[in-house]
Design a protein around this ligand. Structure first.
Ligand code: ZN
Length: 69
């Protein structure tokens, strides 16, 4: 069963599971890049999948992308 994410659920998840805030107000699907505001004040874009499953919950400055090996 697929869990259906809505923008409200995502916003709630973001606020409960990170220090970032969600700026995007519409959700069109898991491949969509969402706009977040990091705790440091920078905005960053990420798909919700990456945010949730890869724990990429801060901007690239606070949490530099891991290089794949
Ligand atoms: Zn940051």
């Amino acid at each position: 069963m697929n869990k259906r994410w809505t923008i409200d659920k995502i916003k709630d998840y973001v606020e409960k599971n990170s220090e970032s805030k969600l700026l995007t107000t519409e959700y069109h699907g898991f491949s969509q890049k969402l706009l977040f505001k990091c705790a440091c004040g920078s905005n960053f874009e990420k798909t919700f999948t990456k945010f949730k499953n890869n724990h990429q919950r801060k901007c690239d400055v606070c949490q530099p992308p891991k290089e794949s090996r």
